[in-house]
Ligand binder design. Structure first.
Ligand SMILES: CC(C)(COP(=O)(O)OP(=O)(O)OC[C@H]1O[C@@H](n2cnc3c(N)ncnc32)[C@H](O)[C@@H]1OP(=O)(O)O)[C@@H](O)C(=O)NCCC(=O)NCCS
Length: 162
């Protein structure tokens, strides 16, 4: 299994993987915007035949004037993981953990991000275990009815080395 930076030509495969794995799906321009704006923090996992079996898509945020954010967040550069998934038959091989660590390292070293944030469904036990138990994220807050179907999100956060 090979893990490498995501490229624009990977986007159709990334989108197909997303459709198979998650109810939150996005238009191609959303994926393209991320890869072109922050090309060093999104990664893919590919099998020996070069097929994409997992991805992490992330962005950098530095909006110092967003009133919906806390004082702590304002003025800080931080990373945000928008989407991550691994095809079912490739799970529990450590791929998501590796994808996350590579993205986190790039956020920290290239963009000097001070933390990384993400949202996860309250019921998504595998993903919560990945973030909390394996990577050390904590729950920053619960966002009620965050998802389109009314489910709450856990807003999770991990401080990055400065
Ligand atoms: C969540 C997801 C990305 C994890 O991918 P993965 O490649 O299987 O995860 P990893 O193999 O890197 O797991 C690393 C650690 O996370 C935890 N973990 C991952 N899946 C788990 C599960 N099903 N149950 C319990 N713990 C789990 C474990 O601590 C695991 O370490 P271990 O295997 O040594 O016990 C994958 O299940 C997935 O694609 N799910 C559907 C999409 C999704 O929910 N994405 C997250 C949206 S917020």
């Amino acid at each position: 299994m090979n893990i490498r930076l995501a490229k624009p030509e990977d986007l159709p495969s990334i989108q197909a993987t997303n459709l198979q794995n998650l109810p939150e799906n996005y238009l191609m321009k959303f994926w393209m915007y991320h890869i072109l704006s922050w090309p060093q923090i999104s990664f893919v996992a590919e099998d020996p035949k070069g097929r994409i079996v997992g991805y992490v898509l992330a962005k950098i945020d530095d909006d110092a004037t967003d009133e919906s954010k806390t004082d702590l967040e304002n003025g800080k550069v931080y990373g945000h993981v928008n989407s991550i998934s691994v095809l079912r038959s490739y799970r529990r091989l450590g791929l998501a953990r590796k994808l996350m660590i590579l993205s986190q390292e790039a956020m920290s070293t290239i963009y000097k991000a001070s933390f990384v944030s993400l949202h996860v469904r309250k019921s998504n036990k595998p993903a919560i275990a990945l973030y909390r138990d394996s990577l050390g994220f904590r729950v920053a807050k619960v966002e009620h009815k965050y998802y389109g179907d009314g489910e709450d999100a856990l807003s999770m956060r991990l401080d990055l080395p400065t």
